[in-house]
Write a protein that binds this ligand. Structure first.
Ligand code: HEM
Length: 227
């Protein structure tokens, strides 16, 4: 088995007739799944023979591996294979305008949410942009959210001693470290390698968050404040 899962052997299975990919140190023979893959066979063949973990995590929760045939997992790669194996550089998506990266404004001039949106539209891959910038159905909730944010006004105050300020409050009867919570956002892996685990990290700091069912990290992996 060790021989079979050497980097050289794995790398040779990179065609539609035999396609192996590595996710989280495990080798999967996805050949019989190619034509069933909802994202198409081409994207899997592109990852064939490589460690596709990073690309896989951008889009999928480990739960989707359950769709593969029972005998698809061929085993775990050796430590030597992990080092030698090519890491997939074939992104499942093409960036909308990677060539303009050099012209991006300095982060110090990207201040309000709209500024981030303008830059993101240029740099994030097209599918990711479509996903994160869209909304459900006719968009009334999205418009409502924007209107709610616009209605918030900060009352100007004279800056006084803030050493004992405590922003803790209560949301729906539960203590919250801050007067806000994080709404569910799906497919966070498309935007950042930390994925939904970042929201779970906020939970440990007393900020409530709601996990999306479209999570790219395993739901069981989210450990918030109460656990
Ligand atoms: C190895 C086992 C894999 C399985 C079992 C699998 C399964 C699935 C499933 C069930 C979907 C439908 C959408 C969903 O429920 O999330 C999907 C969509 C998709 N998958 Fe995979 N997938 C695998 C690997 C990969 C890899 C390695 C990539 C490339 C990085 C990939 C890229 C995509 C894309 C681009 C879509 C279309 C969804 C979209 O664009 O939003 N998949 N896959």
């Amino acid at each position: 088995m060790e021989d079979m899962l050497s980097a050289q052997e794995i790398a040779s299975h990179c065609s539609p007739s035999s396609c192996w990919i590595v996710v989280d140190d495990k080798v999967y023979d996805v050949t019989s799944y190619l034509n069933e893959h909802p994202g198409g066979s081409a994207v899997l063949v592109k990852q064939g023979g490589t460690d596709a973990t990073a690309e896989f995590r951008k889009i999928h929760s480990p739960d989707v591996l359950g769709y593969l045939p029972k005998d698809a997992c061929l085993g775990t790669i050796t430590a030597a294979a992990r080092v030698a194996l090519p890491i997939s550089s074939a992104s499942a998506e093409s960036a909308a305008g990677a060539d303009v990266a050099a012209e991006l404004p300095h982060i110090s001039s990207v201040v309000v949410a709209n500024d981030f949106e303008t830059v993101a539209k240029v740099v994030v891959p097209t599918k990711t942009w479509s996903y994160i910038s869209s909304s459900a159905n006719d968009g009334s909730s999205l418009r409502g959210n924007l209107a709610s944010w616009a209605a918030v006004r900060f009352r100007p105050r004279i800056f006084r001693d803030v050493t004992t300020v405590d922003p803790q409050t209560s949301i729906l009867g539960t203590v919250s470290a801050f007067p806000f919570y994080v709404s569910p956002m799906g497919q966070l892996g498309r935007g950042h390698p930390v994925r939904e685990l970042g929201v779970a990290g906020l939970g440990r700091r007393g900020v409530h968050g709601v996990m999306s069912t479209e999570s790219t990290a395993k739901m069981e992996g989210h450990r918030g404040r109460s656990s």
